[in-house]
Design a protein around this ligand. Structure first.
Ligand SMILES: Cc1cc2nc3c(=O)[nH]c(=O)nc-3n(C[C@H](O)[C@H](O)[C@H](O)COP(=O)(O)OP(=O)(O)OC[C@H]3O[C@@H](n4cnc5c(N)ncnc54)[C@H](O)[C@@H]3O)c2cc1C
Length: 333
């Protein structure tokens, strides 16, 4: 019996292409892995008017492109895209499926894994192959303090989402060719329960909390939304950004964009002010690269105080007001 051709699939997520090239990064890693596995690299692509992406994925390492081009696929739809990839995966039985850990990928991949009755490692920061030919999925665990190497021994496909920026894309090569399969939209595609009413692109800021050099972070110990909003003033005076813990985001004192930690942003400021934050591991997982930490807390035993370079035992609101007043004075002098 002929051995089945092994295949590594990369889901083609081309939204925000110029900011986020995770699909190209995954293709690059898939090319490396395919050499060990003797597998083909296959980009799976849905949408409308997608010739540009077929060429792009070919030029960046795909040996095969499975493309479904149809006007009804113009905008991303988890429901539709799931139904399509599930059907293809059942028909073709890929060994590995890799998906970018974008907002879409984080929603899409677990659903696909559930439908295919297989495992999924989320937010991987490394991929490799064992001597037995299994995919090693390197994923942060225990709040980012450890890296787990996960293998899916019994179920197929082996699935992982991968953080953007983990791998380097290979240079664009116009000379490359791929087998392009242009597939029809299946007639039995279930009608989508979601209708896109409007599409508005979020304004992309060049400056983000992830590259800020000064960050003023606030937690539940800020007491209320008004006190929390004062952190903006301090950040403004210091030329920095404001970060927040999860309870604060849940309370609506800050937007989700400001969330720092395991479920939010990983920051690397030169100086971090931490106001009224206990230092739970899910929060500190995002602080690994902060150079210098000043913590303000009324409880000297708080974890955040212990990990700080300077720990100030004080009421966060009082200290914040003093600091703002002093800074304003010095700016005027
Ligand atoms: C799966 C999962 C993922 C999570 N991801 C994240 C994440 O990405 N980011 C995140 O932040 N959290 C995350 N969490 C939540 C996390 O576990 C903590 O609950 C959260 O970080 C605590 O936030 P906090 O420090 O603001 O609040 P608290 O833990 O309630 O701490 C408040 C602190 O303020 C101090 N304080 C109170 N009043 C004052 C005052 N007047 N002056 C000075 N200090 C005062 C207290 O002594 C205390 O230390 C996650 C949790 C789970 C389960």
């Amino acid at each position: 019996m002929m051995n089945k051709q092994k295949s590594i699939w990369v889901f083609g997520d081309y939204r925000n292409y110029y900011q986020n090239r995770v699909t190209l990064q995954l293709l690059s890693r898939a090319v490396d892995l395919s050499r060990t596995l003797k597998a083909e690299v296959c980009a799976v692509l849905f949408g409308h008017d997608i010739e540009e992406w077929i060429m792009e994925y070919t030029a960046h390492g795909a040996d095969r492109v499975l493309a479904i081009d149809h006007p009804s696929l113009t905008s991303y739809s988890t429901e539709n895209y799931l139904a399509l990839i599930e059907k293809l995966a059942r028909e073709r039985d890929p060994d590995i499926i890799l998906i970018g850990a974008t907002d879409f990928g984080r929603e899409f991949a677990p659903r696909l894994a559930k439908r295919l009755q297989t495992g999924l490692s989320a937010d991987c920061v490394g991929l490799d192959i064992t001597s037995e030919g299994l995919l090693v999925q390197v994923a942060p665990s225990f709040g980012g303090n450890m890296l787990a190497e996960i293998v899916t021994e019994r179920h197929r496909p082996q699935m992982a989402t991968v953080r953007p920026g983990t791998f380097k894309e290979i240079p664009h090569n116009n000379e490359r060719t791929a087998i392009v399969e242009r597939l029809p939209l299946p007639a039995d595609l279930p009608a989508s329960r979601v209708r896109l009413v409007e599409y508005e692109r979020a304004v992309q800021r060049e400056h983000t909390i992830e590259n800020a050099t000064v960050i003023v972070c606030g937690g539940r110990g800020m007491g209320n939304k008004n006190n929390f909003k004062k952190l903006d003033e301090l950040a403004g005076l210091l030329g920095g950004d404001v970060g927040a813990t999860r309870p604060v985001v849940y309370a609506g004192w800050a937007g989700h964009d400001s969330l720092v930690g395991q479920a939010g942003k990983h920051i690397k400021p030169k100086i971090l002010f931490s106001f009224g934050i206990s230092g739970a591991i899910q929060h500190t997982a995002g602080l690994g690269e902060a150079d210098f930490i000043v913590a303000i807390n009324k409880n000297p035993q708080a974890t955040m105080m212990k990990m700080a370079d300077v720990a100030i035992v004080a009421d966060s609101g009082d200290l914040l007001r003093h600091l703002i007043r002093e800074l304003k004075k010095r700016i005027r002098e």
